[in-house]
Design a protein around this ligand. Structure first.
Ligand SMILES: Nc1ncnc2c1ncn2[C@@H]1O[C@H](COP(=O)(O)OP(=O)(O)OP(=O)(O)O)[C@@H](O)[C@H]1O
Ligand SMILES: [Mg+2]
Length: 171
């Protein structure tokens, strides 16, 4: 687990870029955090690292958007917004090709374990959500990001090098 303080949207994008540069086919990233936390901003950085075609934008009315890579033969980025999904089965029914894609799922935490065995969880916390943090103005841009590797089969090693590298992020 790595905990980072991210104070601007450009830093959030840079964090997405740092994570994105480690991603390969079969990887799944779940983004968790309130409306406007910065999930799509993070994904934009992932898209930059992967050099995808098309703009990364909030896919609220399109559950999943496919982004081809500029480089021939590279796995596509599938950007999912699970906000309007109410059952894991709806994610299962999308029948995404997880093995041959890189999948980023906003609001995916309640559903992800139905579709894959291993994933990276990125939690974006806005300190102003807490009632005892009233000295932090809501528009301060302050975010606390916690990145955790999850595996249903015990110890995960897939994301260890990434988590290690993130310890130096911003330093
Ligand atoms: N530290 C920060 N990290 C990310 N975004 C920030 C930060 N500070 C301010 N912002 C602003 O907050 C907004 C984040 O919007 P974004 O669409 O990325 O959020 P989201 O989590 O995807 O929201 P939604 O739940 O609606 O999909 C942007 O307008 C961005 O400029
Ligand atoms: Mg979003």
């Amino acid at each position: 687990m790595t905990v980072l303080r991210i104070q601007s949207s450009s830093d959030m994008e840079a964090l997405g870029e740092a994570v994105g540069s480690h991603l390969q086919a079969g990887d799944v990233v779940v983004l968790h955090g309130p409306l406007g936390a910065g999930k799509t901003t993070f994904t934009r950085g992932v898209g930059t690292a992967l050099q995808v075609e098309g703009q990364i934008q909030s896919p609220t009315f399109v559950v999943a958007r496919d982004h081809k890579r500029v480089a021939e033969g590279q796995p596509p980025l599938i950007h999912v917004d699970a906000y309007r999904l109410s059952h894991a089965e709806e994610l299962v029914d999308l029948d995404l090709d997880y093995d041959h894609s890189i999948v980023v799922i906003e609001w995916g935490r309640p559903f992800v374990e139905r579709v894959v065995d291993q994933w990276l969880d990125v939690n974006i916390h806005t300190p102003s959500e807490d009632s005892d943090d009233t000295d932090v103005p809501s528009d301060s841009g302050d975010r606390v990001v916690t990145v955790t590797a999850h595996s249903r089969q015990g110890v995960d090693t897939r994301f260890a090098p990434l988590l290690e590298e993130l310890n130096d992020f911003g330093h």
